[in-house]
Design a protein around this ligand. Structure first.
Ligand code: AP5
Length: 217
């Protein structure tokens, strides 16, 4: 199964992708996580991406398409769930071309719909584990011990691009450049609009309901 998860910054893509990947045995491919790993490793790619990420702008398509094509090639045959990619219509077109060449296609697109005020609150309270990438929230998804990752005991951190100014720019970038991707997929694929203004567990239940129905056909 090959799935694309769309949604604004902070809509819950990472949270839901981890659950989808675990339930359906898929590889979770997050463009943001890959970029952050490249930055942490000090690679050329990471250095090129840095200024765009810090400003809340999109990293140029050419860099991202090449990076994600490499990640998709490494994914196992049973498929993947894409998180944060594609983010422009051009990226979606390039993804379709690469999949067609490999005799594959996207089976489902999930579009998480959340209002902007809620997103600002979610990003302000997000904390994540620098070691395993687990994502928590100060109020909504608390770790068992405050400030400590449940999985490995590492100290949780706040992402540098989660400050109010950069969040505002990420939201603007999303509305201008990524929303048109939803329309692109609505013309070409099955898109499931998911009301994500609900608790993470309610959103997961709605996603699983749609995917289970699709798998059983
Ligand atoms: P990226 O890492 O992809 O960031 P993003 O899209 O802005 O998404 P986030 O990771 O911030 O949020 P999310 O939707 O995963 O939400 P989460 O589950 O964490 O990209 C970062 C940067 O990299 C970009 O700005 C860009 O520069 C660059 N980049 C990446 N991909 C690119 C591409 N394809 N092209 C060009 N540039 C690219 O949830 C958020 C918080 O809310 C958490 O605390 C969580 O616990 C909580 N939460 C989640 N769901 C719920 C819920 N239902 N109710 C309450 N709280 C919830």
């Amino acid at each position: 199964m090959r799935i694309v998860l769309l949604g604004a910054p902070g809509a819950g893509k990472g949270t839901q992708c981890k659950r989808i990947a675990a339930k359906y045995g898929l590889m979770h491919l997050s463009s943001g996580d890959i970029l952050r790993q490249e930055r942490a490793a000090g690679s050329n790619l990471g250095k090129k991406a840095q200024s765009y990420m810090d400003a809340g702008e999109l990293v140029p398509d050419k860099i991202i398409v090449e990076m994600m094509a490499g990640a998709i090639k490494k994914a196992a045959d049973n498929g993947f769930v894409l998180d944060g990619f594609p983010r422009t219509v051009n990226q979606a077109v390039e993804l379709d071309k690469a999949l067609t060449l490999a005799g594959q296609k996207i089976n489902a697109v999930l579009n998480l719909e959340v209002n902007d005020q809620l997103i600002v609150r979610r990003m302000a309270g997000r904390r994540s584990c620098p070691k395993c990438g687990a994502v928590y929230h100060l109020e909504n998804l608390k770790p068992k011990v405050e400030g400590i990752c449940d999985n490995d005991g590492d100290k949780l951190v706040q992402r540098p691009d989660d400050n109010a100014k950069v969040v505002a720019n990420r939201l603007k970038t999303y509305h201008q450049q990524t929303e048109p991707v939803v329309a692109y997929y609505k013309n070409n694929n099955t898109v499931y609009d998911i009301n994500a203004n609900r608790t993470a567990d309610e959103v997961t239940a709605a996603i699983f309901e749609n995917l289970d129905a699709m798998v059983s056909v």
